[in-house]
Write a protein that binds this ligand. Sequence first.
Ligand SMILES: Cc1ncc(COP(=O)(O)O)c(C=O)c1O
Length: 450
Amino acid sequence: MTIKENYLRAASESLARLDNSYSYFPEEDTPVFVKGKGVRLYDPDGNEYLDMVSGYGALNQGHTHPKIVASLLAQANRLTHTSATLSDVKVELAEKLATLSPIPNTKVHFDLGGARVVEGAKILTRAYTGKSKVISFQNSFHGRSTGSLSLYNADTFQHLFNSPRDYYSAPYPYCYRCPVGLKKESCNFECLKGVYEILDNNNDIGGIIVEPALGARGYIVPPKGFFKKLRRICDKYGLLFIDDEIQMGLGRLGTMFACEYYETVPDIILLSKSIAGGMWPLSVILGRKEIMERIRPGTLGSTFAGAPLGCAAGLAAIEVIEEEKLCERSRDLGVYFMEKLNERFSEYSIVGNIDGIGLGIGIELVLPNGEPATEEAQMLQLTALRNGLLLQRGGPAKNIINLIPALVITKSEIDEAIDRIEENLIKVLHEPEIIEHISSVKSSSDSEVV
Ligand SMILES: Cc1ncc(COP(=O)(O)O)c(C=O)c1O
């Protein structure tokens, strides 16, 4: 029996008490990790995993980056908590973010996690525009707190409670399966007609909340002009442009802020995940000063929001992005990754589409009739896990394999990832017993995981 099995057996009583429904693997396959370094994870038996998920984009700087670890340790020995008062590192991080921010006259608010700053953006929109609703996009993900769930179409949760429906849902430009049935080259953003229709028929809308590319629900990348079009709509109708970069920000798309890739300046930018290198739950609202100052002091906040430990980690995490040129790395390695994936998988009819910017790439698996190959994607994910390769799966039909490695990944690790994806895909395609076995285990296709 392996150490992991022993561990699971010994811990079975406590595991029974642990809500592990967040895990997207069947219980016996749920990995237990004890160590991480760069793009590698290790289980108690010393088995190594190549991590192409990076904590759902929370580890752009890689696992246990020494500089961020050192800053946390030093801060833990110096000052850990001040609550509502200031700390030197909080002021320093706010200054750094305001300087980097593409929004002129940026004011910074710190919080504890992604969903909380989504809720913050909702409050700011209401305060600044006097209107409580937003336009959000189909297949988006903005968190699972009741406030964030009120802003987008999250069917999985809606049956549980009567949350206020403070959104109108518009189609996202998912060009591989165009929501209005057109071709990307000649569509002229026809899908945005949905946004205009909503705006022409309602006068209670204060903002548009959008992801720079769909993350949790599959890496779906809009055409580059999308953000500029939205900016124009926001200007025309007096709406706030809320850019949810919680998953795509901080170098992932090859620029520090994802909106910079689109050459567009939003009114509010939301950050979390990699902002503290995945080592502390920190999140951020960057907003125009006049928006941020429209609320009464103390409206946004939480006991541990902007705690010194998070801010120290945040300062180190940004330094790592700058010093190691992670934006440039992501841009260059992203091009390399896409080229190699396209070369390798061009002959595989199950690979319908490969889409991505920087180191955020989605491989969409399809059946011969073009329908989503959801079961095969699930099998690939599970087979890969059993062979030491961690993959994420998303997309509206959960048939997209998302590749979101840490930005410190090397070319040879990218080559290794491609080889291992292919090896596991071949297993799925040619070993029918895998299909049989996997069909019999718990399906995770209905759980929302990010
Ligand atoms: C785009 C986006 N917004 C919001 C969230 C919610 O963040 P959190 O899980 O920290 O609440 C996520 C989480 O994956 C996300 O990807």
